[in-house]
Design a protein around this ligand. Structure first.
Ligand SMILES: *[C@@H]1O[C@H](CO)[C@@H](O)[C@H](O)[C@H]1NC(C)=O
Length: 250
């Protein structure tokens, strides 16, 4: 992958009726577990209606997926960071956050830690979400299907900004998001085999990494001050009861 990539969203006014448009890239390699970092600088100014996505995904109808999605906004109004985890084709596990920095002013590092025990979303070194392996209570966990890394920038003005009330202003096009310093400390999957062996050197300590006390405190701080939606608190949405993993993860 090139060291710096720019994604453009460009449509002239007469094409606004197009239902979808955008640009993206994907990794050549497939991975099964890893610590993956990407530096991203989001669309500046009026980015309302646009969504920049950065995610891991496997293929097929029972796919696994780990998502970062950045929902654009009018100039000076806050972006929303939308996260989700799919296992075996089932998602509905959204958590959304405001950010404590301007994601358009500079590059920031967005990371995913994915090992057999947990998935942790990080903004630089700050954990913002942990999805633990809850297979012991019957919740499938992404651990058998290799995933690729994808990124895209697209028009989602039917839902992204204030639930779809604010539309993309095409006079502001092209919309540009930039990516650099992609780093995958990861187990590469090829021909049915992982590059990580059971006697992997200590350099892959992320394979058993968990949040230490300081990390857990940081996570609580983010969830208390910046989380604006948590599916685990959405009692109206799940009248039959909250998803089972909600009682075992934060
Ligand atoms: C956009 O700004 C409005 C007003 O501050 C806010 O309510 C909303 O959460 C922001 N983000 C999105 C993606 O709509």
């Amino acid at each position: 992958m090139a060291s710096m990539l720019h994604l453009f969203l460009l449509l002239s006014c007469f094409m606004v009726a197009a239902t979808a448009s955008g640009s993206g890239f994907q990794s050549k390699n497939e991975y099964l577990f890893g610590k993956i970092d990407m530096q991203i600088k989001l669309v500046a100014g009026n980015s309302a209606g646009t969504v920049a996505a950065y995610y891991l995904s496997s293929k097929g109808s029972t796919w696994d997926e780990i998502d970062f999605e950045f929902l654009g906004n009018l100039s000076c109004d806050p972006y929303i960071l939308h996260t989700n985890v799919f296992s075996q084709g089932k998602g509905n596990r959204e958590q959304q956050f405001y950010l404590w920095f301007d994601p358009t002013a500079d590059f920031h590092t967005y990371s995913i830690l994915w090992n057999p025990k947990r998935i942790v979303f990080f903004l630089f070194v700050t954990p913002i979400r942990e999805f633990k392996n809850s297979e012991s209570i019957g919740i499938p966990f992404p651990k058998n299907q290799p995933m690729r890394i994808y990124s895209s920038l697209w028009n989602a003005d039917d839902w992204a900004t204030r639930g779809g009330l604010v539309k993309t202003d095409w006079t502001q096009a092209p919309f540009t998001a930039s990516y650099r310093n992609f780093k995958a400390d990861a187990c590469v999957w090829s021909n049915g085999k992982s590059s990580c062996t059971s006697n992997s050197p200590s350099s892959s300590s992320w394979l058993s990494q968990e949040l230490d006390t300081a990390g857990q405190e940081r996570l609580k701080w983010v969830q208390k001050n910046y989380m604006i939606y948590n599916y685990c608190s959405a009692t109206k949405r799940f009248p039959q009861g909250l998803p089972a993993e909600c009682s075992s993860t934060s």
